[in-house]
Design a protein around this ligand. Structure first.
Ligand code: PGA
Length: 251
């Protein structure tokens, strides 16, 4: 458990999964178990389900959010969803720069920073994802990659640094069943916090840095025991209420 004032955040990333019927059961399960969880719980869902999630979770301690947001405020951007729209559905969070968006939708570090800034300016908390590929790790480039990804975000945030959530998600661990060891993850989390501290030492202590990549009930405890791992961004295991809650209880 982190020895700090940072409140653990366990956030689900449903990705492009769900249906009205399956969401209903999942949300009921999460809501029912949430009161017994001491940390914070959130689910980041496909945008078309936000109304359903808002009505299922309103009045519960569970927060919700989206998985992407436009860098623009409004206008001729077909297919995009704005931060203001997400707010109308009661969102607290939005994931930005997930590796699936960086690789399948060619999102650049600069675009990710603009999205994070737009989210924050609207009152949403961005969960900014960074992480290296297997090839980059094998080349010893992990620190350089996450630094390059995070730098424009930190430039864009400046005074609001403390309001950001960062997620370290090694690409090779996402959906693969291969988790970074707690030591490997802690090393990168400490590096990220040091980068934050170079900008603002006080805020750096408040920023929550989540680990993501095959976090499951059986490996969550050891990961979350590390001093700079303040929670998890959970993909596959967030689609099952009891697994998701078990991870939250490990925190
Ligand atoms: P996973 O996904 O838990 O299924 O590995 C994590 C993520 O991509 O956020």
């Amino acid at each position: 458990m982190s020895v700090s004032m940072r409140r653990t955040l366990i956030a689900g990333n449903w990705k492009m999964n769900g249906s009205f019927a399956s969401n209903a059961g999942l949300l009921d399960g999460v809501r029912a178990g949430a009161a017994a969880v001491s940390g914070e719980l959130a689910v980041c869902v496909p945008a078309p389900y936000l109304a359903q999630v808002q009505s299922a979770l309103s009045g519960s301690p569970v927060r919700w959010g989206a998985q992407d947001v436009s860098a623009h405020e409004r206008g001729a951007f077909t297919g995009e969803v704005s931060a203001e729209m997400l707010l109308e559905f009661g969102c607290s969070y939005v994931i930005v720069g997930h590796s699936e968006r960086r690789s399948y939708h060619a999102e650049s570090d600069e675009l990710v920073a603009q999205k994070a800034q737009r989210a924050l300016a609207s009152g949403l908390t961005p969960i900014v994802c960074v992480g290296e590929t297997l090839e980059e790790r094998e080349q010893g480039a992990t620190d350089a990659v996450v630094s390059r990804q995070l730098a424009p975000v930190l430039d864009a945030m400046r005074t609001q640094l403390a309001s950001v959530v960062i997620a370290y998600e090694p690409v090779w661990a996402i959906g693969t069943g291969k988790t970074a060891t707690p030591e490997m993850a802690q090393q990168v989390h400490a590096r990220l916090r040091a980068m934050l501290a170079e900008r603002d030492a006080e805020s750096a202590q408040q920023v929550r840095i989540l680990y993501g990549g095959s976090m499951k009930p059986d490996n969550a405890k050891d990961l979350l025991a590390k001093p700079d791992i303040d929670g998890g961004l959970i993909g596959g295991a967030s689609l099952n209420a009891s697994d998701f809650l078990a991870i939250a209880h490990a925190a």
